[in-house]
Design a protein around this ligand. Sequence first.
Ligand code: TMP
Length: 210
Amino acid sequence: MLVAFEGIDGAGKSTVFNRIKEETSNTNLENQLVFTREPGGTRISEDIRRLIISPDYEKMDPKTETLLYAAARRQNLIEKIIPALDANKVVLADRFIDSSLVYQGIGRNIGIQVVAKINQFVLGNVMPDRVIYFDISPQEAMNRLKKKKQAADRFEKENIQFFEKLSLGYRNLINKNPANYVVIDAQKTPQKVYESVKKVLIPLIKEASK
Ligand code: TMP
């Protein structure tokens, strides 16, 4: 089973993701779960990540960007995700195809259809079984990003209109295929968000191990 975590920057998705990763390490769930992130997850994909999100490359063309995300995804799929799925594990991915559909397809105006086609080429028939969507208002997400101590990456430097576009993009994906999504209210406190995600994950993990 493949479960993707999705949302706009600042939604708190990676915080919850990393907490689950930490809390399940050294427990009996450790052997059943595989954690990955995109772009990233393998050495090659993490190197591609550095290139894509670096604030040094403001001139990156949107098509170049789309292809680099796709390349990173392909390597993650082949090296990490497929072997884990073949071994009947539950793969938790901090971002997956929806991020490309929304950020490149809509945010960068490449078009959802083109990005979907490129990703079909990359993924074959592997698609997330469930997407956990961290729902937050673009304004609140931006406020949170402003409070962050590390330097902003290329996307985090975008303006509120860009985040609003992304938020609408995610909404459209959810409306098209609601059964695939679980929407979490990410405006709540980190503890509450974490608990809501756990509530969703526990039955999924049980279902996968049947
Ligand atoms: P992260 O901050 O969630 O790790 O993701 C890095 C940035 O990359 C984030 O701003 C979202 C962006 N991104 C895309 O634009 N397209 C993609 O396909 C993925 C996976 C991430």
